[in-house]
Design a protein. Structure first.
Ligand code: NAP
Length: 300
C-alpha cells in the first residue's frame, strides 16, 4: 500500500474507471493540486467519452481498456454507475497491483461491497466511499473542482480493511475539500434512502404525474412551473442509468422509506380532507425548521 507522506502526492498512480461528473471532478482537482496523484489514468466505456477527456486535457493518460488503466496503479477509483461494478471488478481484478487500494464513489454501499469485495485478490485493500455531492449533470464536461467543498464523504470500510488504506482514502477526500466520516454500510444505505434516493423517486414520479395530465394542463405545468414544480424538475433531470442502478441496488431501504413516506403523505391528505388546520400547520412548521437547521449547518 503506498500512501506517500503528507507533502508529496498521496498516490503514484490513480486510475479512474468511469469519468463523468464525479470522476472528472476528482481528476480536475488532482490536476489542479498536484498532491493527490503523480499520474492520473482514465478509462471509460465509450470512445466518445475518451475523446472528450482527451480534448478536456485533465488526464495524464487515457486507456480504452480498463485492465491497462489499472495496471501498476496504487489507487483505483470506480466512478461508473453502481450496476456496472460487478463486471468492472471482474475485468480489472487480475490486473490489480499487489497492495493497491480500490475505492469507489457509488451511491449505494451494501451492493457495492457485495459486488466488488469477493472479486478482489488478497493483498488488495477495498475502501468503499461515497461523496455526498453532485448536480443533475453528467459526463466528463460536468465536473468541476469545487464540487466536494464542504460536503461530506462517507467511507464504509470492511472489518478487515487496513486503517492505513482508510486513512489514505480519507486524505484523498480531504484534499478534494471534503469532510470525511466512517459509517456502517447498512446504516449508510438507510440514511441515503431518506436524504437522497426517496427525494429522487418522488421527483421522477411527480414529473411523470404532471406529464400524464391532459394536454391543456400539461402546458400550464410548464408555463407556471416556478410555483414549486421547477425544483422537482431539476432533481428529475439526473442520469437515468445512474438512478435505475441506485434504486435497484438499494431496494430494501428505499422501499422501507417509501412505505413510511406514503403513510405520512396519506395522513397529510386526511388532514386536508377533514380540514385539520393544526396538523397541516405543524407539518409545514417542521419542514421550515429542517430547512433552517440545514442553513445553520452550511449544507443548504
Ligand atoms: P456519469 O456522469 O453518468 O458518468 C458515468 C461514467 O461511468 C461515464 O464515464 C461512463 O462512461 C462510465 N461507465 C459507465 N459504464 C461503465 C462501464 N461498464 N465501465 C467503465 N465505465 C463505465 O456518472 P456520475 O454522476 O459521475 O456518477 C458516477 C458514480 O458516482 C455513480 O455510481 C453514482 O451513483 C455516484 N455518485 C453520483 C453522484 C451524482 O450526483 N451524480 C453523487 C455521488 C455519487 P461512458 O461515458 O463512456 O458511458
Amino acid at each position: 500500500m503506498s500512501a506517500a507522506g503528507t507533502n508529496g502526492p498521496l498516490f503514484r498512480r490513480l486510475a479512474l474507471v468511469g469519468i463523468g461528473l464525479i470522476g472528472s471532478s476528482v481528476a480536475r482537482i488532482a490536476r489542479e493540486r498536484g498532491d493527490i496523484a503523480a499520474e492520473v489514468v482514465v478509462t471509460a466505456r465509450t470512445p466518445k467519452t475518451l475523446d472528450r477527456v482527451r480534448q478536456l486535457g485533465f488526464a495524464d493518460r487515457i486507456e480504452a481498456d480498463p485492465r491497462a488503466a489499472v495496471e501498476g496503479a496504487d489507487a483505483v477509483m470506480l466512478c461508473a454507475p453502481v450496476g456496472a461494478f460487478a463486471d468492472i471488478a471482474a475485468t480489472i481484478a487480475p490486473h490489480l497491483a499487489p497492495g493497491a487500494i480500490v475505492t469507489d464513489v457509488g451511491s449505494t454501499k451494501q451492493s457495492v461491497i457485495r459486488d466488488v469485495a469477493p472479486l478482489l485478490p488478497g493483498g488488495v485493500h477495498f475502501v468503499p466511499a461515497h461523496p455526498l455531492a453532485g448536480t443533475e449533470y453528467s459526463g466528463p464536461d460536468a465536473g468541476f473542482t469545487t464540487l466536494f467543498e464542504n460536503r461530506w464523504t462517507l467511507l464504509t470500510p470492511l472489518p478487515d480493511t487496513p486503517p492505513e488504506a482508510v486513512e489514505a482514502v480519507s486524505e484523498l477526500w480531504r484534499r478534494c475539500g471534503s469532510m470525511v466520516e466512517c459509517m456502517d454500510p447498512a446504516h449508510h444505505d438507510r440514511v441515503l434512502a431518506i436524504v437522497s434516493h426517496l427525494p429522487h423517486l418522488i421527483a421522477f414520479t411527480i414529473c411523470g404525474t404532471a406529464d400524464d395530465l391532459s394536454d391543456e394542463s400539461r402546458q400550464e405545468v410548464l408555463k407556471f412551473a416556478a410555483s414549486g414544480f421547477r425544483d422537482f424538475t431539476r432533481i428529475a433531470a439526473s442520469d437515468p442509468v445512474m438512478w435505475r442502478d441506485i434504486f435497484l441496488n438499494n431496494r430494501e431501504a428505499l422501499l422501507e422509506m417509501l412505505a413510511r413516506f406514503t403513510e405520512d403523505a396519506q395522513a397529510m391528505g386526511r388532514a386536508v380532507r377533514w380540514g385539520d388546520a393544526a396538523y397541516i400547520e405543524d407539518k409545514v412548521e417542521r419542514g421550515r425548521k429542517i430547512r433552517r437547521s440545514l442553513i445553520e449547518l452550511k449544507q443548504a
